[in-house]
Design a protein around this ligand. Structure first.
Ligand code: HEM
Length: 460
């Protein structure tokens, strides 16, 4: 296959680092990708000071391995991040630490094994097909909206077997409001004074969070009284936590984790699908190869779970799109004790930050880092790569528990869509990748579509 040339959109880079005070003003406060300067993509280590807080930005893969694996106990999530997330996610797996985190992770691990995830694969395929059916007469769709709608339907069916209230558009809007509020740098959170945060976005987030918690609580109550509950995520969570904890504690943990899956489990995957389609729009030859692979895989008459194994090239595409647009562009930790990273002293209490956005586009780690090229994920290239230079799902013991779910979902959605349609960039639309909590394109991502000839028969 000839070399690719498409350099997908990114925010303009500054020539010099952003002054700290500006991080809290204007667009910089809501778009964490805007402040990057070009020299940062040559630096493996940087030191800054945010007000009184020493802040180390680390892009060196060895040091990343030390933070997330070798010395992981020294680098928990910082109180600042927990203060930001805890009002929403409370005691969930994402915000838990120490023995509590270990206990929850152990209880939830069986829910996310490849075998368990395979049982959701028919949902991924059905939801994707339903969307593709809807486009029969369309020549332009917003792939960001469509991907969000599809992944929202997937997560609500996987979690709640499509409960009417929790699967509604209204619930989707509440999730977006919660995520948007989480995405602001807010001074109240930073200084431990949440009452400072009276912006419209912050207030809307709080209202939505209360609404979702109320709905979830009712749902759990109904479920606990159901003599034959379905074996969806919720059924499995209820079973796992109820066997281990007294009823009140179990109910609280089930609620917090259900909200976590609901909030964390669809926007991230939706962005991965969206950016994959965008990149494929910029590289039609790659799209043709991925589409033919998808058509052949879907025509083989195997189950959706088996179809996933027949999409090795599409997987390269998805992985490459997540390199260029990591749905979680930044991961923060705090040092519990003094340490050394990249030859620099880290003091107890210092903040240490790893930005997949920076690491994945670093000039010392990737050839042509800003170009879309699925060959970065060929078996050979993977074997040559440092294991900590690619981390869309984080790394070490706190790596994303939903990674297999997300990858299989993303692959099946892309396969169904690419097999049926050709996607082209819309020349009238300027693509803008901002980042609040995740990397959702600003103003959506309209693309032109045209139907492909259909090949073969599909499995149920
Ligand atoms: C493309 C999709 C996704 C991406 C890029 C992604 C990314 C991440 C990242 C980077 C982390 C680590 C954060 C840290 O270390 O601070 C994480 C953790 C987590 N993710 Fe995901 N995620 C995705 C999909 C999902 C899905 C579908 C679910 C659940 C249904 C999920 C549930 C979680 C949970 C529960 C954690 C916390 C794990 C722990 O702390 O033990 N994620 N995710």
């Amino acid at each position: 296959m000839p070399a690719t040339s498409f350099e997908p959109a990114q925010p303009p880079r500054r020539a010099t680092p952003l002054p700290i005070w500006r991080m809290f003003t204007g667009e910089y406060a809501t778009n964490m990708l805007l402040g990057w300067d070009d020299p940062a993509f040559d630096d493996l280590y940087r030191y800054r000071r945010i007000v009184t807080l020493p802040y180390h930005v680390v892009a060196d893969p060895d040091a990343i391995g030390r933070i997330f694996l070798d010395n992981v106990d020294n680098y928990p999530k910082p109180p600042l991040v927990l203060r930001m997330l805890s009002p929403v996610l409370r005691e969930s797996l994402f915000t838990a630490h120490g023995a509590d985190w270990k206990d929850q992770r152990r209880l939830m691990a069986p829910i996310f094994t490849p075998h368990a995830v395979a049982q959701f694969a028919p949902i991924f395929a059905q939801v994707a097909r339903k969307a593709a059916d809807r486009w029969a007469n369309a020549d332009r769709i917003d792939v960001s909206d469509e991907a969000t709608r599809a992944t929202f339907e997937v997560i609500s069916r996987a979690l709640f077997s499509g409960d009417a209230a929790l699967g509604s558009d209204e619930a989707g809007e509440h999730i977006l409001a919660v995520l948007t509020a989480l995405g602001e740098y807010r001074l109240g959170v930073i200084f431990g004074m949440p009452w400072l945060d009276q912006s419209k976005v912050a207030r809307r987030g709080r209202v939505s969070q209360r609404h979702l918690r109320r709905e979830l609580k009712d749902f759990i109550r109904r479920r606990q009284g159901d003599p034959a509950p379905p074996q969806d995520f919720m059924g499995r969570l209820i079973e796992a936590f109820s066997a281990q904890h007294p009823p009140d504690r179990a109910a609280a943990l089930i609620l917090d984790n259900a909200l976590l899956f609901f909030v964390a489990g669809h926007e991230t995957t939706s962005n991965a699908v969206t950016w994959s389609l965008y990149c494929l729009g910029g590289e039609p030859n790659v799209q043709e190869r991925a589409a033919h692979e998808a058509q052949a895989a879907l025509a083989a008459g195997v189950s959706p779970a088996e179809t996933v194994a027949r999409l090795p090239y599409l997987r390269q595409v998805l992985e490459e799109a997540m390199r260029l647009y990591p749905s979680v562009p930044r991961i923060d930790r705090v040092a519990l004790a003094d340490d050394e990273l990249c030859g620099h002293r880290i003091r107890k209490g210092d903040m240490v930050s790893v930005w997949p956005w920076q690491v994945h586009r670093h000039r010392q780690l990737w050839a042509n880092p800003d170009r879309f090229d699925p060959e970065n994920f060929s078996a050979d290239a993977k074997a040559r790569r440092h294991r900590f230079q690619y981390l869309p799902f984080g790394a070490g013991p706190r790596v994303c528990i939903g990674a297999t779910f997300a990858l299989n979902e993303g692959l099946l959605i892309l396969a169904e869509w690419l097999a049926r349609y050709r996607f082209r960039l819309d020349p009238e639309h300027v693509v803008a990748p901002p980042a609040s909590v995740t990397l959702r394109p600003k103003g959506g991502l309209p693309m032109l579509i045209e139907p492909r000839e259909r090949v073969g028969r599909r499995a149920a």
